[in-house]
Ligand binder design. Structure first.
Ligand code: BGC
Length: 327
């Protein structure tokens, strides 16, 4: 299935480049992310590389931290400017339903990236299968803890679908091991790094017998690592988390983070532009027709994940270099 999708996207790249017309108004695309973080810099890089290749204008915006109002405001501005296509990563899928429906009704194609909003009427989702990825993280945690221990979960959102699905998948994996206890409630920092570190430090103080952290978002792993280092508990409190920024890679090298589920966010940015540029050039229906649908009739482009540990770190770094992600 994945090779079929990639083949289709290759055809779309060709369609785009043949469709160039020097006199036509340049196509404008907006890509909306969730917070200022090196994770999102990679999405932006993917967006820019595709925009250059396909000769379109692409704008990237992320709020400082989780900010649903700012996301909606940005979408409204882009709609008012008459943008040709939108890719959005909603911090709250329900809150964006109105604005996305408005854009779609005005003929502006919208697709979601990184985290979905199926009820918004968006055309497709490009990103990680978050439930499965959460389950993969959970299986890794069970393996690292040998099926026994106390785990705290840290996240940046309790509304974004990617966070909720990762937690659900993680808990499903742990439910197979009755000797693993999850500390409730889940710690939420609203994508604010300072708050994430504070919460991890407090969790260590409140639970002197804590065995591990699960970091749901990109800054949760490094924030937990900072707290674990400060408490002098490296190797005693284990860390499984999402994402593979340079900070994660260094912490895996150091042995502070045990495992990271690496997302392929470069492709979320890149493929958003490939699809939207083609929709503007050859029509939404002609592009959607080329993409496979799942059993529910929905179009999902699963960008996949890699599990990274000290053991496969060297090969993984080579992979990142191939994608142009600089260390
Ligand atoms: C998530 C994003 C989030 C980012 C930074 C990633 O794991 O996929 O939704 O904004 O972390 O926190």
């Amino acid at each position: 299935m994945r090779s079929k999708i990639l083949w289709t996207l290759f055809i779309l790249c060709l369609v785009s480049s043949f469709g160039l017309n020097a006199n036509a108004k340049k196509i404008s695309i907006g890509v909306l992310g969730k917070s200022v973080h090196p994770y999102w810099d990679v999405v932006e890089k993917g967006m820019k590389d595709a925009a250059e290749k396909l000769d379109v204008d692409a704008t990237f915006y992320v709020p400082q931290s989780e900010d649903i109002a700012k996301q909606i405001e940005t979408l409204e501005i882009w709609i008012a400017m008459g943008i040709d296509g939108i890719s959005f990563a909603p911090s709250d899928p329900d809150a964006v339903v109105g604005v996305i429906k408005k854009a779609m009704n005005m003929g502006i194609p919208c697709i979601s990236n990184d985290t979905d909003a199926p009820k918004s009427g968006r055309l497709c989702y490009i990103g990680t299968d978050n439930y499965t990825a959460g389950k993969i993280a959970g299986d890794k945690m069970v393996e690292i803890l040998n099926g026994k221990g106390k785990v705290a979960i840290c996240t940046g959102s309790l509304t974004a679908m990617n966070s909720l699905e990762r937690i659900e998948g993680f808990k499903a994996a742990l439910s197979q091991s009755p000797d693993i206890v999850i500390v409730e409630p889940v710690l939420v920092d609203y994508e604010d790094t300072a708050r994430a570190v504070e919460l991890a430090e407090t969790a260590l103080l409140d639970n002197p017998d804590l065995d591990a952290f699960f970091g749901v978002y990109a800054f949760n792993g490094p924030s937990a690592a900072k707290a674990v280092k400060t408490a002098g508990k490296v190797g005693k409190v284990r860390i499984v988390c999402f994402d593979t920024t340079n900070e994660h890679i260094s912490l895996i090298e150091e042995g502070v983070i045990d495992a990271a589920v690496g997302q392929k966010q470069y492709f979320m940015g890149y493929l958003s532009v490939v699809l939207l540029a083609n929709m503007a050039r050859v029509g939404v229906e002609n592009v959607m027709m080329l993409l496979p649908k799942n059993e529910e009739g929905d179009t999902i482009i699963d960008t996949g994940v890699d599990v990274v540990t000290k053991d496969n770190l060297k090969d993984y770094i080579k992979l990142l270099e191939k994608w142009g992600v600089k260390r």
